[in-house]
Design a protein around this ligand. Structure first.
Ligand SMILES: Cc1cc2nc3c(=O)[nH]c(=O)nc-3n(C[C@H](O)[C@H](O)[C@H](O)COP(=O)(O)OP(=O)(O)OC[C@H]3O[C@@H](n4cnc5c(N)ncnc54)[C@H](O)[C@@H]3O)c2cc1C
Length: 400
């Protein structure tokens, strides 16, 4: 059996492990799969948006890797990866050295570090930060009022390295919570972003709808001004104006995982691993004595190629992971390879706490559909579906 190492136990790494385990020839597994993860749980980021407002709890967002590994017959080693050596086909972790025949890089992305980063919290960072945001928000609510600013940044080196959706979801959920508590008038909410038209890649309809929502809900906006620095009591913009805050939730732009920069693997300008349509790391065959492609990169760690509006999203990470598993199998047992680019789309149920908006964009269409009330429960339902289908307690739907 060929030994596969998967680096990272996020949405992409787990999907790759599940699909590699299903690949069999004459009833026998083709691959011996080990997933290396610094955490012993899968953290499902799309569900974490409700932690700060108390709409969910961390145990509903964290799935133990052991349960997934037992269900799908792969091995898990909870070890932090410290180095990737493609020439030696080896991975060094805090515990030792692992060798591979095939490698899947699914380490997620790093984050740019703006000046004064210690003065904001991020829903997209370490899972513990979601709870810190909750604590701070609870303290403001207990105090009866305050100023909250929410924003996200961009990466000029890679237009796909921006994560704005959860910032919109967060501010709408906070607004909803404050209204339910009868405290909304005591809070000043501000949404800020350095681009003129944040959310533009979701399409013109979405931007217009969001603008309307900010107005209707009385959320102030500061767009098109670069962020100079984050301060203990606010956000200083390049035009010297200050957004005063008691709580700043900011999502920095993504950049390549720090480990990749030292690996010698080919990277784009922002540090993401360059791949072809089959998720094969560019020129990775040159690292292998057999001349075969041995290294794949999937999910947020990989450099996406495609239209300007392409986005690093969970459903794209899953397609890439399934394709990488399939394409690896093609090398061992034949068949034809599958590409991810034809699947590039933006697909998002943007939650507002009391409803949602369904956002879809592909090469030909851009749709934003308001889904009052039911949209919120659709997204919650997706969370339950995701957990149960990954644990094979319910069948997987072919389109999800
Ligand atoms: C708050 C939030 C909400 C989102 N909402 C949506 C949504 O509604 N819809 C959608 O499609 N997408 C959404 N996304 C995007 C989606 O979650 C990501 O695209 C997806 O998680 C990418 O999966 P990944 O496995 O590539 O990366 P990650 O999920 O980041 O996983 C990377 C894994 O690698 C591990 N790792 C990192 N470094 C090391 C190391 N040195 N050693 C060992 N392990 C390591 C990490 O612990 C982690 O488990 C959201 C993202 C966030 C942050």
């Amino acid at each position: 059996m060929k030994k596969v190492l998967i680096l990272g136990g996020g949405i992409a790494g787990i999907e790759a492990a599940i699909h590699l385990g299903k690949i069999k020839t004459r009833g026998r597994a083709v691959f011996d799969v080990t997933l290396l993860s610094e955490r012993d749980f899968l953290y499902v980021y799309p569900l974490s948006i409700w932690i700060p407002t108390g709409g969910t709890a961390p145990d509903k967002v964290c799935f133990p890797l052991r349960d997934l590994a037992d269900t799908h017959h792969f091995k898990v080693a909870v070890e932090r990866v410290e180095a990737i050596d493609p020439q030696e086909q080896s991975i060094t972790t805090e515990r030792g050295v692992h060798r591979y025949d095939y490698l899947i890089i699914a380490l997620g992305a790093g984050k740019l570090k703006p000046k004064g980063a210690e003065h904001f919290l991020s829903i997209c960072g370490d899972p513990r930060e979601a709870l810190l945001i909750k604590e701070k928000l609870d303290r403001l609510i207990a105090a009866g009022g305050g100023k909250i600013a929410v924003g996200f940044g961009g990466n000029p080196l890679d237009s796909s390295a921006v994560r704005g959706g959860p910032a919109f979801e967060f501010i709408f959920n906070v607004d909803n919570l404050l209204r339910k508590r009868g405290l909304r008038n005591n809070f000043q909410l501000t949404f800020f972003a350095p681009m003129e038209s944040p959310g533009a890649r979701m399409g013109a309809n979405a931007v217009a709808a969001m603008g309307g929502m900010f107005k209707r809900l009385g959320i102030e906006t500061r767009f098109g001004r670069k962020i100079r620095e984050f301060c203990p009591n606010g956000v200083l913009l390049e035009d010297e104006t200050m957004i005063d805050t008691d709580l700043t939730m900011f999502i920095p732009a993504l950049d390549g995982h720090q480990l990749l920069r030292q690996s010698g693997l080919p990277l784009n300008g922002a540090g993401f691993v360059t791949i072809n349509d089959y998720c094969e790391v560019t020129a990775s065959s040159s690292f292998s004595p057999s001349g075969k492609t041995t290294i794949y990169a999937v999910g947020d760690a990989a450099a996406l190629e495609g239209p300007e509006w392409r986005a690093k999203q969970g459903h794209i990470a899953e397609v890439m992971a399934r394709n990488a598993a399939h394409n690896m199998a093609v090398q061992e047992i034949g068949g034809s390879k599958k590409g991810y680019r034809q699947h590039l789309s933006i697909l998002c149920v943007m939650d507002t706490g009391n409803g949602a908006a369904f956002v879809y964009r592909d090469q030909t269409r851009g749709i934003m559909l308001p889904l009052p009330f039911i949209g919120h429960w659709l997204k919650k339902g997706w969370g339950a579906y995701y957990r149960l289908s990954k644990l094979e307690k319910i069948p997987r739907l072919p389109f999800m």
